[in-house]
Design a protein around this ligand. Structure first.
Ligand code: ADP
Ligand code: MG
Length: 649
């Protein structure tokens, strides 16, 4: 029996190896094959229709129904050529997963001769039953209607014969019931306010895109071991057990060579990701045994988040094929590292400038310094809100534990930038011209290495990493939108205030550089208490942070309250990202999910204790009883009694 099973497994492995070798062609030859990209759309549309489409994407204006009709027909034509038979609106409801309801292209409406139909109306809007998705009390149980609306900025794609169209999801009354709606609004708010500030430097900048590159950590576990653990199965983490004698003590897993079976799994999902246009680039072993990471090249934030959600789904499916299960839980095993999802975030102008790129002489790069300082201020003023956007039942085991950033929100910018900001804060004008030094290694054949402006600090929840900020506190199972909505809106507000102040000062006729430096100085002096370069894991930091007035909230329910504080409510309504009602609904949903997850864990724990631990303990107790009986038998034996009598000569 075991042999047969082993043979079957061996066959699967060989098949996989074959498919992997079949796939060794250039990635560029199949990248995006399953995506209906703008280039593909162009080949189906007239020049006029295509430029109308481009313009509405560029200017964020609605697409007319007649154009939607042409696009729908193009999409259907392409999808059917690829063998698709169905379509679905694909959205991200507030349960954290993705949702899809497939419909066949068939339609009898206009006679039988052309059965496959797909109109602009169907592309633009659908009306799924929303009653079983979390709404946080925004609708009554009997109000079942919800609408999905096409997001033309994220391209449609095909999975398993179904054309998936990314959409937003709103209630009958127009309230958002998903992650995408407020994300798109937060992008708009940030773009508008960031470009206002940019135009003080360069009149040509009219739009600022948010870029996101996520790093996804995960654990893999063999299917048989997974199925033997009801706790892993039902809660995503182990609730009982003891640590392995050898886990990560020897630090021998991180960046080690990837085990063959795991590599085959990774190659398989990467191949599928590339077909779907997800630019996965990096793979490596993580710190804990069985833990790995993948990361794509960064993209515009809305697309990056669609891709992350899609990839997590894909990774789960492909894992089953390889007799693995993938764990996205933030802390599946006590005592070894948990998993995060670092969100690398930056801003890119429509003229191609990364606003967080320091350039060769950061101390003189005023545009960079303006955005750097404002990002620090945005985190300073909104630290509690940012924390509320990343907390969850799983992530609370990770935050403040020894491998993840603490629950204290602080910002790391590195030595060189600290020096520059201190210089601005303390001096009365001139800028520093320090350049980054090269590193002379003096090892034969090793070229001079270029040092980055910043070192890394893995204990910081929000760290500057050369040309972007890395929001490291985000949990591995999270939808990145949650943290990105908070961060984008916080930054939009900060830039707006900065702009208002600066333009008021500029009206007084002072020079631009002098006024700007004065404004930056004021910002740095207020926000500097959030800057921390030291070890975020140390006990001293807890004390120092408290002295600085920074908050350290580890309890999820308490942290969530910041989401509905007066400040947050005003912030989100001001930029039309989330109304008070929508915020309260999100708060309800997050709290409810937290409570239910803890409840499920307690039930599984009780069940494990009663159905697995106690019976095993009784079984063992019986073994001991038998052992005692046996020992008693030996003691009662005649020979033994005689032998054990003291021998007196
Ligand atoms: P690390 O060395 O921090 O583990 P990785 O290579 O795993 O880095 O991931 C870094 C991520 O940051 C990648 O997704 C990368 O594309 C992304 N990134 C790089 N530059 C930017 C940027 N300007 N904006 C957003 N993300 C960026
Ligand atoms: Mg990485």
């Amino acid at each position: 029996m075991t042999n047969i099973r082993f043979k079957a497994l061996e066959q699967i492995m060989q098949d996989q190896l074959k498919t992997t070798t079949d796939k060794q062609s250039k990635i560029s030859s199949y990248f995006g094959q399953s995506v209906f990209s703008a280039e593909k759309l162009q080949s189906y549309l007239s020049q006029k229709a295509y430029s109308e489409y481009l313009q509405s994407i560029e200017n964020s204006t609605p697409i007319s129904l007649s154009l939607a009709d042409q696009i729908a027909s193009a999409m259907k034509g392409w999808a059917m050529e690829q063998g698709a038979t169905h379509y679905t609106h694909w959205f991200q409801p507030l349960n954290g997963a993705t949702a899809e309801k497939h419909d066949a292209f068939i339609d009898f409406a206009e006679g039988n001769h052309n059965m496959e139909r797909f109109s602009g109306k169907l592309l633009v809007q659908q009306e799924p039953d929303a009653s079983s998705f979390p709404s946080g009390g925004m609708r009554n149980t009997f109000e079942a209607r919800g609408y999905t609306g096409w997001d033309p900025t994220s391209p449609a794609f095909i999975i398993d014969g179904t054309l998936c169209i990314p959409t937003v999801f709103i209630s009958y009354k127009g309230d958002s019931l998903d992650y995408k709606t407020p994300l798109l609004k937060s992008q708009r708010a940030l773009s508008d306010n960031a470009s206002k500030v940019c135009r003080l430097f360069d009149a040509h900048i009219s739009k600022v895109n948010v870029t996101l590159g996520w790093e996804q950590e995960y654990f893999l576990v063999d299917e048989r071991l997974y199925l033997a653990r009801p706790d892993l199965h039902l809660t995503g983490r182990t609730l009982m057990g003891h640590a392995s004698a050898k886990d990560q003590q020897l630090e021998d897993h991180y960046f080690g060579s990837i085990p063959t079976r795991v590599l085959q799994y990774i190659q398989d999902f990467e191949h599928q990701a590339h077909l779907l246009g997800i630019p996965i680039k990096t793979r490596h072993n993580e710190v804990a045994p069985g833990q790995f990471e993948c990361a794509p090249m960064f993209e515009e934030v809305n697309i990056a988040i669609d891709h992350n959600q899609l990839l997590m789904d894909l990774m789960k499916k492909v894992a089953r094929k390889h007799r693995f299960r993938v764990l996205f839980h933030e802390k599946p095993y006590q005592g070894v590292n948990g998993s995060g999802k670092h969100n690398n975030w930056s801003l890119l102008t429509d003229t191609g400038v990364n606003l967080l790129a320091p350039g060769k002489i950061p101390g003189k790069n005023l545009l960079f310094l303006t955005f750097l300082v404002n990002a620090v201020s945005a985190v300073y003023y909104n630290a509690d809100l940012l924390r509320s956007a990343i907390v969850s039942a799983g992530n609370q085991h990770r935050l403040g534990a020894n491998e993840a950033p603490p629950a204290i929100i602080s910002v790391f910018i590195g030595q060189e930038l600290t020096r520059i900001l201190t210089h601005i804060a303390e001096s009365s004008g001139e800028l520093t011209e320090e350049k980054s030094a090269g590193l002379q290694l003096k090892i034969a054949n090793i070229p001079e290495l270029l040092l980055d402006n910043t070192d890394r600090n893995r204990t910081s929840p929000f760290a500057f990493t050369g040309n972007r900020f890395e929001f490291r506190a985000v949990g591995s199972s999270a939808n990145c939108a949650s943290s990105m909505i908070a961060l984008n809106t916080a930054m939009a507000d900060q830039l707006n205030k900065f702009y208002m102040n600066l333009s008021a000062q500029l009206k007084n006729g002072e020079s631009f550089t002098k006024t700007l430096l004065e404004a930056l100085r004021n910002e740095i002096n207020v926000a500097k208490s959030i800057l921390f370069e030291g070890d975020g894991y140390s006990q001293n930091w807890l004390i120092e942070a408290e002295n600085r007035g920074l908050t350290n909230i580890r309890s999820v329910p308490e942290a969530l309250e910041a989401l509905i504080s007066t400040e947050s409510t005003q912030l989100f309504s001001k930029y039309n990202v989330l109304s008070e009602k929508e915020l309260e609904a999100r708060y309800e949903i997050m709290l409810d999910t937290f409570i239910k997850q803890i409840q499920i864990e307690s039930r599984v724990l009780g069940d494990l204790a009663i159905n697995h631990i106690v019976p095993t303990a009784i079984k063992y107790q019986n073994v001991l009883i038998k052992n005692v009986e046996g020992l008693k038998g030996i003691l009662d034996m005649k020979d033994y009694k005689e032998l054990s009598q003291p021998h007196i000569d």
